[in-house]
Design a protein around this ligand. Structure first.
Ligand code: CTP
Ligand code: MG
Length: 181
């Protein structure tokens, strides 16, 4: 497999996981998941993790996965690149995993005394990818093994932090996000 195919496969296969966190930024608001509850004096998750942001984010990731399946044939024919079809289990696991990873990271941030919105380098950039990949591997091992070969995994782990940093910077400049990370 040449590098272009590996990169295209990685981005395509991760799209259902890339969408939810960005959509949550747009859709967020309303009651926080932790309902204001604290754990040892600090918020469990904080006001930045809301039911609405999470639900709309996961739904958007699922819709994108289904759309990718719908356009897979023409895209593969046009690009001549063997991009994978998603199973439903893979789509749901990638979308829900991305949100869950981000929520788990907020839990860790609060435990380590970081206020809402404060940066946590490396964790911020990789929380959602790692959890999305883990859930996808558990939900559909056969699909995961066929799509996420070692080269694809390496490209995804190297490329995602760069994509994450740039989309968040753009969202900040557009006034959609309070912090540039
Ligand atoms: N958001 C949400 N629900 C989620 C994730 C994000 O509603 N599950 C929305 C919130 O409005 C949040 C914004 O998206 O403020 C940005 O997300 P993020 O950077 O993950 O949250 P922070 O506010 O920075 O909080 P934290 O320090 O916990 O990451
Ligand atoms: Mg943040």
């Amino acid at each position: 497999m040449d590098l272009a195919v590996v990169v295209a496969t990685g981005i395509w296969a991760m799209l259902p996981a890339y969408i939810p966190n960005n959509v949550a930024v747009l859709a967020g608001g309303g009651p926080p998941i932790d309902g204001g509850r604290e754990f040892r004096g600090t918020r469990l998750l904080g006001d930045g993790k809301t039911w609405r942001g999470t639900a709309v984010g996961v739904a958007a990731g699922v819709v994108v996965g289904l759309l990718l399946n719908a356009v897979q044939d023409p895209v593969v024919a046009t690009l001549g690149v063997p991009l994978p079809e998603f199973t439903l289990a893979a789509i749901v696991a990638l979308s829900a995993g991305a949100m869950l990873g981000d929520i788990a990271a907020s839990f860790l941030k609060r435990r380590s005394g970081r206020r809402r919105g404060s940066p946590f380098p490396v964790l911020d950039q990789l929380d959602f990818v790692v959890m999305a990949l883990l859930l996808a591997a558990v939900a559909d091992p056969a699909w995961f093994g066929a799509v996420f070969t070692v080269p694809v995994l390496v490209v995804v782990l190297l490329l995602t932090p760069a994509l994450h940093v740039s989309t968040n910077a753009i969202a900040y400049w557009l006034g959609l996000k309070d912090e540039p990370w």
